[in-house]
Design a protein around this ligand. Structure first.
Ligand code: C2E
Ligand code: CA
Ligand code: CA
Ligand code: CA
Length: 277
C-alpha cells in the first residue's frame, strides 16, 4: 500500500509539472499570437425570428496555432483572462470586428449588428468607454451597428460601476446584451437598473425546450420578462426545427445556432446576409 501511495504521488507531481510547463508554453505563444497574426474571428449569424433574415453576427475568436491548428476559445480564453492577455486580445477582436462590419457595409451588403464579447478585465479598463469611441472613430462604424455582450457575473461584480458605464455606452448609441442569461445569479432586480437592450437566453435552456416542459416554461418566462422590460431576446444554440418553432411561437426576436449556421470566416458569412431562412 505504501509503494502504491509513492507511485501515485510521483504520478501526480509529474503530471502537475507537465501541466505547469504546458501552461507556460501556451502563455508564451499566446503572448505573440496577436503580433504573429494567429488570431482569427469567425462570425455566427443572428436571425430575425419573424423574417428569417440575418440581422446581426457574433464575433467569436479562434487561435490558428502554427503547430496545434485551430484552437477554440474555451481552450485559451481562461488563460488569457488569468494573465491579462485578454485585454489586448479583446481590443484586437473589437477593432477587427468593427472594421469588418464597416467593410461589409461599404461593399453594399445589407447592414448587420456586430455583437462583440467583453471580458471583465476589459470592461474595467481605465477609460473603457473612451477606448470604445476611439475604435468606432478609427473604423468609421456607426454605434448602432455595435452591440457589446457582458455576462451577468461581470455586470454584478460592481453594480454602480456597471450602471455608470452602461449609461455612457447607451448614450453613445451602442447596444448592450446580457450574455448567457439564466446561468449566473440571475438577480432580476438589476434588470430594471441596467440600461441594457438585449437578453441572450443561454443554450442550456434551448437545448431541451422541445422535450422538457420546465425548460419551455423558463424560455416563455424570460421572453415575457424581456418584452415587458422593452428588451429584445436572442435564443442561443438553436439546433433543431422544433426549437425554432417553439421560439417563434413565443415571439423570440432573434435566434442563433447551428440550425442556421456555424460561426464562419468573414468571406463565407457575408454571402448569407441576403439569404432568408
Ligand atoms: P458565447 O459568447 O456564449 O458564444 C456562443 C458559443 O456557442 C460559441 O462557442 C458558439 O460557437 C457556440 N454555439 C453557437 N451555436 C451553437 C449551437 O447551435 N450549438 C452549440 N452546441 N453551440 C453553439 P465558441 O465560439 O467556442 O465560444 C465559446 C465562448 O468563448 C463564448 O461563449 C465566449 O464566452 C468566449 N469568447 C469567444 N470569443 C470571445 C472574445 O472575443 N472575447 C471574449 N472575452 N470571449 C470570447
Ligand atoms: Ca456571447
Ligand atoms: Ca452566450
Ligand atoms: Ca456561453
Amino acid at each position: 500500500a505504501k509503494e502504491q501511495g509513492g507511485d501515485a504521488y510521483q504520478f501526480y507531481t509529474k503530471s502537475m509539472n507537465e501541466r505547469v510547463l504546458e501552461r507556460m508554453l501556451l502563455e508564451n505563444s499566446l503572448r505573440q499570437a496577436i503580433d504573429n497574426n494567429e488570431l482569427v474571428i469567425h462570425y455566427q449569424p443572428l436571425i430575425d425570428g419573424t423574417t428569417g433574415r440575418t440581422v446581426g453576427v457574433e464575433a467569436l475568436v479562434r487561435w490558428l496555432h502554427p503547430e496545434r491548428g485551430l484552437i477554440q476559445p474555451m481552450e485559451f480564453i481562461p488563460l488569457a483572462e488569468e494573465t491579462g492577455l485578454i485585454v489586448p486580445i479583446g481590443e484586437w477582436v473589437l477593432r477587427t470586428a468593427c472594421a469588418q462590419n464597416k467593410a461589409w457595409q461599404d461593399a453594399g451588403y445589407p447592414p448587420v449588428v456586430m455583437a462583440v464579447n467583453l471580458s471583465g478585465r476589459q470592461f474595467r479598463q481605465p477609460d473603457f468607454t473612451g477606448r470604445i469611441s476611439k475604435v468606432l472613430a478609427a473604423t468609421g462604424l456607426a454605434p448602432e451597428y455595435l452591440e457589446l455582450e457582458i455576462t451577468e457575473s461581470i455586470a454584478l461584480e460592481d453594480v454602480e460601476y456597471t450602471i455608470a458605464i452602461l449609461k455612457e455606452l447607451g448614450a453613445m448609441g451602442i447596444g448592450i446584451a446580457i450574455d448567457d442569461f439564466g446561468t449566473g445569479y440571475s438577480s432580476l432586480s438589476y434588470l430594471k437598473r441596467f440600461p441594457i437592450t438585449t437578453l441572450k437566453i443561454d443554450r442550456i435552456f434551448v437545448q431541451d425546450a422541445a422535450k422538457s416542459q420546465q425548460d419551455a416554461a423558463i424560455i416563455s418566462a424570460i421572453i415575457l420578462l424581456a418584452h415587458n422590460l422593452n428588451l429584445k431576446v436572442v435564443a442561443e444554440g438553436v439546433e433543431t426545427p422544433e426549437q425554432r418553432l417553439l421560439l417563434r411561437e413565443r415571439h423570440c426576436n432573434m435566434m442563433q445556432g447551428f440550425l442556421f449556421s456555424r460561426p464562419l470566416p468573414a468571406e463565407q458569412v457575408a454571402s448569407l446576409f441576403d439569404f432568408c431562412w
